[in-house]
Design a protein around this ligand. Structure first.
Ligand code: HEC
Length: 246
């Protein structure tokens, strides 16, 4: 009864105050996170979780899937998930977003950030990495490696495996044996030697591995402005006797 009365009184007050304030549920007495409490003996408003509590969907029982390691702590070398074409394509998409800026679209380690000066990662096509178990890749994505930070926050476990499946596809593509193709498919592959002249091949071979980006390194302090454009270096600058700055 008291509750009813007081809520009537409240409603009345609400009517009375209508126009200048509102009484909403958000104004009810409540604890905000980490606020102290006099109610509980330990003085905390938040109640500790029971020992062994697991949040829904966070059990992570499958060690191989969540760590890339077997029971002995060694890198696994078989995928702990089923790999199909859609999965690899998902990996390609995630790889292009998260890894290609440094590792390059084909995994040769010449991504745009590297061409702008970041440490060059090893190519995925060197023997050591071609032979590295999938668990090693999972470890690198999850915990980082040398100069490379980890991508645990950006790439969830399932997507890490998808990326690794795609890296395996990249590695295969760079080492594919033409004799494994059907005769039909083989006929469609242009023979490099037939397409490039010896001069073109020599020119390709003499190119530096990381092309020097002259636009970037020689970026002018002032934009070059065609002469006679008013206001280019301050209003009327072109009218002074100052030589135009380039
Ligand atoms: C910001 C640049 C950058 C990005 C983005 C990046 N990496 Fe790396 N990665 C590096 C560098 C640099 C190294 C070499 C680190 C070293 O040796 O100090 C490296 C090394 C590696 C290696 C080789 C480890 C070894 O055993 O030598 C793997 C595998 C790898 N990265 C996978 C990935 C994957 C997968 C992604 C995307 C989820 C990714 N990286 C994103 C920069 C990057």
């Amino acid at each position: 009864m008291r509750i009813v009365l007081s809520s009537l009184a409240l409603a009345g007050a609400g009517l009375f105050l209508a126009g200048c304030s509102r009484l909403d549920m958000q104004d009810q007495p409540k604890y905000k996170p980490q606020r102290p409490s006099e109610f509980f003996a330990d003085g905390r408003s938040g109640r500790p979780e029971l020992e062994g509590t697991v949040a829904r969907g966070e059990l992570q029982e499958d060690t191989a899937f969540y760590t890339g390691k077997d029971a002995q702590g060694n890198d696994i070398d078989t995928f702990p998930v089923a790999v199909d074409k859609a999965f690899i394509q998902r990996g390609q998409q995630r790889f292009d977003i998260y890894c290609s800026p440094c590792h390059g679209r084909i995994g040769n380690g010449l991504g745009m950030i590297v061409r702008r000066g970041f440490k060059q990662p090893p190519s995925y096509h060197i023997d050591r990495l071609r032979n590295a178990p999938v668990g090693h890749y999972y470890e690198v994505i999850s915990n980082g490696y040398g100069a490379m930070l980890n991508y645990a926050a950006q790439v969830q476990p399932r997507d890490r495996w998808a990326i690794i499946a795609y890296i395996r596809a990249l590695q295969y593509s760079e080492n594919a044996n033409i004799n494994e193709l059907s005769a039909d498919a083989r006929a469609k592959v242009p023979a490099v030697n037939a397409v490039l002249t010896p001069e073109q091949k020599a020119a390709l071979a003499s190119q530096p591995l990381v092309p020097k980006d002259t636009d970037f390194y020689n970026f002018p302090a002032d934009p070059a402005t065609p002469s006679g454009v008013p206001g280019a270096h301050g209003a009327g600058a072109h009218k002074t006797n100052q030589p135009e700055r380039k």
